[in-house]
Ligand binder design. Structure first.
Ligand code: ADP
Length: 463
């Protein structure tokens, strides 16, 4: 009972958020934020920023007038504050974003790593100016803090717009950063939907944009900057992927199955890096697919904060419907290979396996726990790589083989930002293995790497 009493205030609390601006602003519309796992749970409300708020935020924005060492010190204090507040952060990640507890832990670690890495490398070059950071809902803490802490480390004024699905966690994070010493006119929060993002990226005063989201939105932002912003205004875009993995007949089956389950179904497949299209060599395909479906059957769907849960809900009803339609089409075409039963409440999609002839059958990124599977005959490796490269995306790629020459052959030819051999296709290490794609998957430079911070300083600016 004592434990319940201690956690209920967090679990049942209703959170209130809105713009965090350096000046007073008129009221925008208020949106309710609900829990994807439980529609009856209203997590809180958020007031959207208005067009006037966007103008006011640009008016008030000031670059961070502190030495690189001082900026680094404050960002480290902000990282300490995140670590000291893991309970409310985890509750919001679970309730607002539907994250399982292991995902909450990984996400907080990544956010803190980003902050400390950029803090340690705060440059002494002239900042770009007022940086607009637009983030997605799938990593509402890690990507949000990664973008803003890089922009802040470089001394920019930051206008941050979180995704409309996850404004509460962003609000708590910015509040903690202000308390840690980031000045209010240096970091401002503008919650809202695409219209707020569009207003922020069409103001002539924008000094740069860091964006993570869909390829379509990245193209809109590029056009808007071309029309309204100074020539050469940087856009860092990290976008989608149609990520493939090849498993040949020399692969270790248990290792490959574990890697596939993690890569395709962890975070309910809502990672831009997630595995979407698996190629299995024909001679092992029947036995391997049986092992894979067996491993899928062991996945538990449930409430995100239950320790036994492997797969939580997808983010909202729009997402659920889009994925369910894709599965229904596959079922009608006789391509549904395996699917688990779906829970009755919340926006859940059960882990699903769909057969395809190859990645060329996939016309769009399905952002959920759905894996497409194709078989290949020996001698076709070169052709498959061509097909994967022909999608135009190039984010992650996985290979399971025990043939060393094949590792070399494939790595030399595959166009992907991050290549994973004989392991899962997940993650990056801030500082040593930065993350980012090529082609339709993003502009680079890779987040968490040495080149990333350079984009937040004025090009050609002296040390
Ligand atoms: P996703 O599929 O991840 O929701 P989006 O590209 O739609 O991808 O969203 C990513 C972020 O971009 C969100 O914060 C969203 O509000 C924002 N956004 C959407 N449309 C625009 C736009 N036209 N201009 C700027 N930002 C936008």
């Amino acid at each position: 009972e004592a434990i319940d009493a201690a956690r209920d205030p967090l679990r049942k609390a209703q959170w209130k958020a809105g713009p965090l601006l350096a000046t007073d602003v008129p009221e925008g519309t208020v949106q309710e934020v609900s829990n994807p796992a439980d529609p009856s749970d209203v997590v809180g409300t958020v007031q959207h920023a208005t067009a006037d708020d966007v103008t006011a935020a640009f008016d008030a924005a000031r670059m961070w007038d502190a030495s690189p060492a001082e900026r680094g010190r404050v960002l480290n204090a902000a990282a300490d504050a995140l670590e000291a507040n893991l309970a409310p952060l985890f509750v919001l990640l679970a309730r607002e974003a539907g994250k399982t507890l292991p995902d909450c832990v990984a996400e907080l670690r990544e956010a803190v790593d980003f902050m400390r890495y950029y803090a340690a490398h705060a440059p002494s070059k002239e900042p770009a100016g007022t940086y607009v950071c637009i983030s997605p809902w799938n990593f509402p803490l890690a990507i949000f803090t990664g973008q803003i802490s890089a922009a802040l480390a470089a001394g920019n004024a930051v206008l941050a717009k979180p995704a409309e699905q996850t404004p509460l966690i962003a609000h708590l994070t910015v509040t903690l950063m202000h308390e840690a010493g980031v000045p209010a006119h240096v970091l401002q929060l503008l919650p809202g939907g695409g219209e707020v993002g569009a207003a922020l990226t069409s103001d002539a005063r924008v000094g740069g944009v860091a964006f993570t989201g869909s390829t379509a939105t990245a193209l809109k932002i590029r056009n808007s900057l071309a029309q309204h912003a100074a020539p050469g205004t940087p856009l860092i875009a990290e976008t989608g992927g149609l990520n493939a993995m090849i498993v040949d007949s020399t692969a270790l089956p248990e290792q490959a199955v574990t890697a596939i389950i993690e890569s395709a179904f962890q975070s309910a497949g809502q990672r831009c890096s997630a595995l979407r299209c698996l190629y299995i060599q024909e001679d092992i395909a029947p036995a391997f697919t049986a092992m894979l479906t067996g491993a899928m059957d062991a996945l538990a769907m449930g409430m995100p904060w239950d320790l036994s849960t492997d797969v939580g809900p997808v983010i909202d009803e729009t997402a659920r419907k889009g994925i369910a339609d894709h599965i229904a089409t596959a079922r009608a075409e006789g391509r549904l290979l395996h699917a688990l039963p779906t829970p009755q409440t919340g926006t859940y999609i059960a882990p699903t396996l769909i057969s395809v002839d190859g990645i060329e059958d996939m016309t769009r990124e399905i952002f959920g726990p759905v894996l497409h599977i194709a078989t290949f005959k020996s001698g076709r490796m070169h052709r498959i790589i061509q097909d994967i490269n022909a999608t135009g995306y190039g984010l992650t790629f996985g290979l399971h083989t025990r043939i060393d020459d094949r590792v070399q052959f494939v790595s030399d030819r595959i166009l992907a930002g991050n290549v994973y051999v004989n392991r899962n296709q997940i993650g990056a290490i801030v500082g040593s293995q930065p993350f980012g794609g090529i082609g339709l998957s993003g502009t680079g430079p890779k987040a968490g790497g040495p080149d990333y911070l350079l984009r937040f300083s004025r090009p050609g600016a002296a040390e």
